[in-house]
Each structure stands twice: as structure tokens, then as C-alpha cells.
Write a protein that binds this ligand. Structure first.
Ligand code: CP
Length: 325
């Protein structure tokens, strides 16, 4: 467990109603969420995985974009905590009949949800919903903006493998421009004291990086040198307007993580990917499936624990848990 950031005296309650992003969270708040998640990693490895903290509560997962990992892990997390979990898929909802996002939010609120988890293709849509409902809202990814539980599960994975995140050199490579995962991870890892390197072809580097405490590279080999962690990102063609790379083959030649290229990083460097992967484009199968280096399935496992912790913590006030009222 990391020890470089102490929890301030008396601050044993997470001081936010929602989890909309990592930006603005204090180091102790992130570490508090990670510490709480640890107990659920242990529970999830037992044959009986049930806790009853959310008994009688209703959690609505409203997904306006496709998902495998995030939707299923929020559903599993809610159920393991004892909540009644309902999934709303946009394709089968009245959004298809022209209902506005705000009307949908008001409708979910009228059903007395105790927590709403939202994934949406537009940056800021989750904030809009949080402003209209009475219960905690958890951002499951909004446009290019943030994917906070992904960054938390990545941080938990790194912390469990490497110990203190502070001082680690972490390289994030790929389609940074369109990636909410990159943005949330940059906020999370720099807040925890990591040295973050960001690498992409110039057209996939957002200008906003100038305002973040990261080192920017266009040469992947240079970025890899001395890295303790290498986090690869998918090319998000669904968010691209036009062509950003000459071809997937050329992209792989310059920015694909191969076994040979990985040798430039630290000898014990971890390989991470949030999924879904495009094998043979940003990452080769022999790297992704290397059980000694790749944490990709472990990240998925940590995702359930992190989401259990977030649902528990954000509903403590409404459940009247002592110290959280
Ligand atoms: N990492 C991630 O968000 O994956 P899904 O799109 O499958 O949820």
C-alpha cells in the first residue's frame, strides 16, 4: 500500500456526491478509494462473493455507448454488494424515439434510483445528468472527457504490482487525442506523483497536454527507455473525423508494442491496456498475452473491486453510515 500521501486527520469521508472525473481529486481521496477497493479484491477471490452493504438499493446502469468491461463489472459490482441492478441500453430506450438526455435523466430520477452509472458519447453529458438527479452519479466514460473508474482500476493494478506509484515512470502510448482513459490516467497518476510520459503521432496529441504535467514524445522508442509501466491505447476510430494515421500497418511499425520494442523499457516493466484491444495494431499478441508482463486481465479483475468500492462509498450518505451524514 502506498504511504507517501497521508489521509488528513478527520477526513474519513469521501467529500463528493458524485464520481464524474479524477480531475480535482486530492491524492488522499484517490488513495482512500484504492484502499477501500482492496477488501473487495479479497472478497471477489472467495467462492461466495456476496456483501450486503447495498441491500434494498437500486442501481441503474444507463449506457448510451457500447461496453463489455465497464457495464458488466458495474453490474457485477452492484449485485455483489446486494443492490438491485437494472441496465438501460440506449438502443432499446426511448432515446431512439427522440427523448432528450435531460428527460431521460428526470425519468430515471423519478424511479428513485439510489445510484446512476452513465456512459455517454458526449463529453460533459454525465455532468448534465448529475445536475438533474438526486442520487450519486458515476461516470462510466463520457466522450473524450473522463473515465474515472478505469483510471482507479489501473492505479490499483499498478499499486498492487509496484507498490508506491509516486516516482514511477509511466508511458501512455496511442490515440491520446480521443482517449478519456488517457485523460483520467494522466490526472490520476500525476496526482499520485508518477512521472507520466505521453506518446503518439503528432496529430493524435491534444494541445491540452501543454497544461498537464506530462512529458510529450512522438518517438515511441525514446519514450519507452526506462519506463516502469507501458500503457497502450486503442485507436478510437469511432471518435475520429477523418484520417489521423497513414494506415494501421504504418502505425504498428512506429507505435505498436512488440516484444523487441518492450526490451527498451525497464526489465520489469508492466504492460497495460484498458481494452478492447486491436491486436496487431497497437499491441502484439505475444506481448498482450505474456503472463509475466501483461496486467490486462488483472485490470479487469481490479475493475470489479474498484466499482464495488465506488458504489459503496458514494451511497454512504444516503444509507446514513456514521460519519457520512
Ligand atoms: N475499458 C473499457 O472501458 O472497456 P469497455 O468499453 O468494454 O467498457
Amino acid at each position: 500500500m502506498a504511504t507517501s500521501h497521508q489521509f488528513p486527520a478527520g477526513s474519513d469521508a469521501f467529500p463528493h456526491n458524485h464520481l464524474l472525473g479524477i480531475a480535482g481529486l486530492q491524492p488522499w481521496e484517490i488513495l482512500f478509494l484504492l484502499k477501500e477497493a482492496e477488501q473487495w479484491v479479497d472478497l471477489n477471490r472467495k467462492s461466495s462473493k456476496h456483501a450486503n452493504r447495498l441491500d434494498g438499493l437500486t442501481v441503474i446502469n444507463a449506457f448510451f455507448e457500447n461496453s463489455t468491461r465497464t457495464l458488466l463489472s458495474f453490474e457485477i459490482a452492484g449485485k455483489r454488494m446486494g443492490a438491485d441492478v437494472v441496465n438501460m441500453h440506449a438502443a432499446q430506450s426511448s432515446i431512439k424515439k427522440g427523448e432528450t438526455l435531460i428527460d431521460t435523466a428526470v425519468t430515471l430520477n423519478a424511479m428513485k434510483a439510489d445510484a446512476i452509472v452513465i456512459r455517454h458519447g458526449s463529453s460533459g453529458a454525465v455532468q448534465l445528468i448529475a445536475d438533474k438527479v438526486d442520487c450519486p452519479v458515476l461516470n462510466a466514460g463520457d466522450g473524450r472527457h473522463e473515465h474515472p473508474t478505469q483510471a482507479l482500476l489501473d492505479a490499483l493494478t499498478i499499486q498492487r504490482r509496484k507498490g508506491d506509484i509516486s516516482g514511477l515512470t509511466i508511458t501512455i502510448c496511442g490515440d491520446v487525442m480521443h482517449s478519456r482513459v488517457a485523460r483520467s490516467n494522466i490526472y490520476c497518476l500525476t496526482t499520485l506523483g508518477a512521472k507520466v510520459r505521453v506518446c503518439a503521432p503528432a496529430p493524435l496529441l491534444p494541445v491540452a497536454l501543454d497544461r498537464m504535467s506530462v512529458e510529450v514524445f512522438t518517438d515511441f522508442d525514446r519514450a519507452l527507455a526506462g519506463s516502469d509501466v507501458v500503457m497502450m491505447l486503442r485507436l478510437q476510430s469511432e471518435r475520429m473525423n477523418g484520417d489521423f494515421i497513414p494506415s494501421p500497418r504504418e502505425y504498428h511499425h512506429l507505435y505498436g508494442l512488440t516484444k523487441e520494442r518492450l526490451q527498451l523499457a525497464d526489465a520489469d516493466a508492466l504492460v497495460m491496456h484498458p481494452g478492447p484491444m486491436n491486436r496487431g495494431v497497437e499491441i502484439d499478441s505475444d506481448v498482450a498475452d505474456d503472463v509475466d508482463r501483461s496486467t490486462i486481465t488483472e485490470q479487469v479483475e481490479m475493475g470489479v473491486a474498484v466499482r464495488m468500492a465506488c458504489l459503496d462509498i458514494l451511497t454512504r450518505r444516503s444509507r446514513g453510515v456514521e460519519g457520512w451524514a
